[in-house]
Structure formats: structure tokens, C-alpha cells
Write a protein that binds this ligand. Sequence first.
Ligand code: GFB
Length: 317
Amino acid sequence: MSSAGITKDSKIFVAGHRGMVGSAITRRLQAGGYRNLLLCSRREVDLLDQGAVRDLLQAERPDYVFVAAAKVGGIQANNIYRADFIYQNLVIETNVIHAAYHAGVRDLMFLGSSCIYPRDCAQPIKEAYLLTGPLEPTNEPYAIAKIAGLKLCEAFNHQYGTRYVSVMPTNLYGPNDNFDLQDSHVLPALLRKAHEGKQRGEHSLTVWGSGKPMREFLHVDDMADACVFLMENEVDERLFNVGTGTDVSIRELAQTIKEVVGFSGSLEWDAAKPDGTPRKLLDVSRLAARGWRANIALRDGIRSTYDWYVRNGARGA
Ligand code: GFB
């Protein structure tokens, strides 16, 4: 595998560098010695503003772009704020990808999501299963927007010969996650519930749904490592699943979180909340064949994320 031509002085724009994924990519780039990062807060450049994005990229002309900016949330936020999820994600990705192309950017990485795959597709899910069946209804607007982003990259590659790569992470967790109890994903929500339950001396912890759905969890530092790995190595494919290759039930996850946090109460199930997709285990063999594997075991990742939460609190709450 040869280098894609990235050097430590290349100008790299991380769109969404304050989010969980963007901040992890930024940390990983800085640790790798990349010293010319372009980072803009929402106050400086609103990625929903087409003109502002165009002006930024025309002025800065980065060598590489990570599209890590997105409107994200857990199953309930996706299900309620359906218009915001489809609209904001479509606009952000369209603005950034289009402006990047017109600013001469040949190399870009778009962050998709494993929920773009059909709800009931064969497991583990290969990249080739995209658009082979209906989507999970609770996050269809978000998934449609992410599929559009992927197709935007594919079309630019086809028509203009760019090298825009899309990565599909499984469920991510880690530092800078959203710990809001209504809008977050399951892992940060349960960490917070267990922590607060322990502090208040409660006897039970409420978990949404049936506990039966299976989910694959990847620490965001592993995700960032995979992104930089793909940036540094020239790859022929333009679509990569990123995950650990193993999953756990929500019941097992809740049990592990109880143990890590030291909450001794029981689990109670709120059947009024949706389960969502029954299972979405990614087939990660394409990336593994290139030489990349996840490093952080789930229990270790939960422990370090819990430490982070105790030190930093619930930023999103
Ligand atoms: O993490 P989560 O919100 O997202 O929920 P999805 C995963 C599972 O955990 C569901 C259950 O079966 C939830 O019902 N769960 C149990 C909980 N307790 C809780 C809780 O307290 N909070 C939350 N949030 N869930 C999202 C998509 O789906 O995954 C997004 O909606 C995106 O579009 C993301 O793809 C990665 O895995 O179901």
C-alpha cells in the first residue's frame, strides 16, 4: 500500500471538530504529528450556511477534508426530530462536499452510519448490502440523509475522478458523547442512569425496550484511528464498514455498565420505548484485509468513558 501523499504539513479540515467523532479525529491527527489542522467553531462558520462554507474552503483550500459534522442522536431523538435529522444532515454534507470539490479537494472522508443498511438484512452486514431493502423506521430520515452523502461522494468520484471515501461506523461511544437522558444513545444514557442511581441509592435502573436488540459498540478513538489509517493509505475501495466485528445484547450492555459503575440495583424494562433494529452487526473484513483492527475492548472502553463522564459531567444535559 502506498502513501496517499498526505504529509505532516498537509492542511486538514475537520468539519465538526467539537463533536464526539470530530474531536477524536482531531486528537488522533495531533498525536500523529499533523500540524496544519483547519478547525472552525459553529460561531465562526455555520456549516448549514452554503455561502459561509464556500468562502471558508475557497480561502483555506485544504488538502484533505473529514466530514464529521452531523446532527446525531439516539433512537428517540431520531424518531422525534425527524425533520431536523434529514434536513440538517443533507445540508451540511451537501455544503461541505460541494464546496470542497470546488476548492480543489481531491481527498475527503465522509462519515456515514451503520443505520444506512436495510433493517432486516443478513448479518454480518457487508458494504454490498446497501439499498437492498427497507430501512429501520425510527431512523429513516437520518439514514436517507447519510445514504445521500455516500451517493454524493460516489457521484463526484465517478464524474470528477475525486477520491472521496465513505466510512460506516457502528454505534460509537467515548469522550465528548452526549449524556442527555432523552436524546443520547444507549451507552452514555445507561452510564449516567447507573451513576446517578448509585449516588441516590436507588434500587433499580430503567432500560428502554426489551433488552433483546443486539448492538456493536466501537470506541470513538478506534474510529478515529481507522479514519486516519484510511487517510494515510491509498485504498481502491471507496466504502468501508468500521466496527469491532462482535455485538452484545442491550441486556448484556446494561449488566456490564452496572458492574463498571458499581450500581447494585436491578434492571427494569420500559416496554413503551422502541427497540429499533433487532441487530446490525457489521462485516468488517474489508478494512481488516487492509490491515486495520479495533483495539479497545468494550469493558475497558466503558470504564474509561465512565471516568471521563465523572470528570467532565453531562455536557449535553
Ligand atoms: O443507542 P440507541 O439510542 O440507538 O438505542 P440505535 C439502542 C438500543 O438501546 C435500543 C435501547 O434498542 C434502545 O431502545 N435502550 C435502552 C436505550 N435503554 C436506553 C436508553 O436509556 N437510551 C437509549 N437511547 N436507548 C441509533 C439511530 O439507533 O443509532 C441513529 O437512531 C444512529 O440513527 C445510531 O444510527 C448509531 O442503535 O437504536
